[in-house]
Design a protein around this ligand. Sequence first.
Ligand SMILES: NC(=O)c1ccc[n+]([C@@H]2O[C@H](COP(=O)([O-])OP(=O)(O)OC[C@H]3O[C@@H](n4cnc5c(N)ncnc54)[C@H](O)[C@@H]3O)[C@@H](O)[C@H]2O)c1
Ligand SMILES: CC(C)[C@H](C(=O)O)[C@@H](O)C(=O)O
Ligand SMILES: [Mg+2]
Length: 369
Amino acid sequence: MRRPEIAVIKGDGIGVDVTDATLAVVDAACAAAGAETPSYVEIGAGAGHYAAHGRDIEEGGEERAGEADAIFLGAIGLPSVRHRDGTEISPHLRLRDRYGLYAGVRPIKAYPNAPQRLADPRAAGIDMVVLRESTEGLFYSAAVHGRSEVIGDSEVRETLRVSRATTEKLHAFAFRLARKRRERGKRGRVTCVDKANVFTAMAFFRKIFDEVKADFPDVETGYNYVDAMALDMVRRPWEFDVMVMENMFGDILSDLGGGLVGGMGMAACAEIGDTTGLFQPAHGSAPDIMGEDKANPLAAILSGALMLEYLGETLDQPQLAAAAERIEAAVEAGFAANRLRPMEFGGDMGTRAITDAVLAGLDMAAEAR
Ligand SMILES: NC(=O)c1ccc[n+]([C@@H]2O[C@H](COP(=O)([O-])OP(=O)(O)OC[C@H]3O[C@@H](n4cnc5c(N)ncnc54)[C@H](O)[C@@H]3O)[C@@H](O)[C@H]2O)c1
Ligand SMILES: CC(C)[C@H](C(=O)O)[C@@H](O)C(=O)O
Ligand SMILES: [Mg+2]
């Protein structure tokens, strides 16, 4: 068994704290599960890096990130540091573009005792995934800074791109994910979320969905226009499972999903491509709470679990997948026993306290074996 190598970009604001928390939990979970502990290569990037060095990622950083077995990212961006055109520093978009990280997996799960924000008791059963295409859609121009079409000071045009090659892979990923989830006792259904009533590109997205669907006749499917999807995510979110969608829609609906189950500190994310994966919480640098030990590190920690699951598969080391399961079990059990009470939703525990409680939960799981 070889040690997995992880490229780590801590980034800005709370990104640094939640990354430190995650690496501590990943190491402990690997040790408890008898897996190889990863080695880490840190790469400087972000708004702070840009302000200090005039570039958004250290020289050679983009290449080194792709050479590792996976990339872990805290959060990048500070509203105070911008390009001249007003956009923020986001080398992360280039990494998605460069490494073709098309499958943005953003789970939305209600944990016991965490506030569900919805009065209906069925909200306790929320367990779905926003599968966000992450390289094209309306982010196509934004992915590489300067790709937008700027016509003097009178007009700006952005391209919404839907390519057959990426969309086929995305939908196949959605169906495989639904099957995997069904094997784990979840609903295992795929909803195609689009705006096929208006946009030719979205009708194309749906057409490819139907083509790919023919290869997965055992998987139940549904359709929803994105505006109605926003409604249904509030009205009956417990009925959905995998929801596959264009990039911008996924950006927006994954925050809505985070809000449903407590907040962005619960919003994990994996961005998977053919040759590597990038793992990050879906939240940002949270300048309003940075440096105060108030951030909920669970979105990052659960992203760390997604990373171990991915490494278990890609490196064929089941012990890494066992470490991932151990983290998920510690979070689930921690909430059930009321040992995880994030300040984010009215509790008394900040970043360090939550991290310690998850670490203790891993030990309990190890002792129970
Ligand atoms: N993946 C990323 O790197 C990423 C994602 C989103 C935003 N950003 C950047 O982050 C900066 C701030 O953006 P924003 O304020 O729109 O979004 P944000 O996600 O940073 O914060 C939104 C709200 O959620 C809260 N929040 C976020 N994460 C939390 C956590 N772990 N625990 C507790 N509360 C949490 C914040 O305090 C804030 O009230 C911007 O520069 C933006 O571009 C980066
Ligand atoms: C900060 C930004 C580049 C990023 C995105 O829009 O994709 C973030 O909002 C996310 O959801 O990961
Ligand atoms: Mg976002």
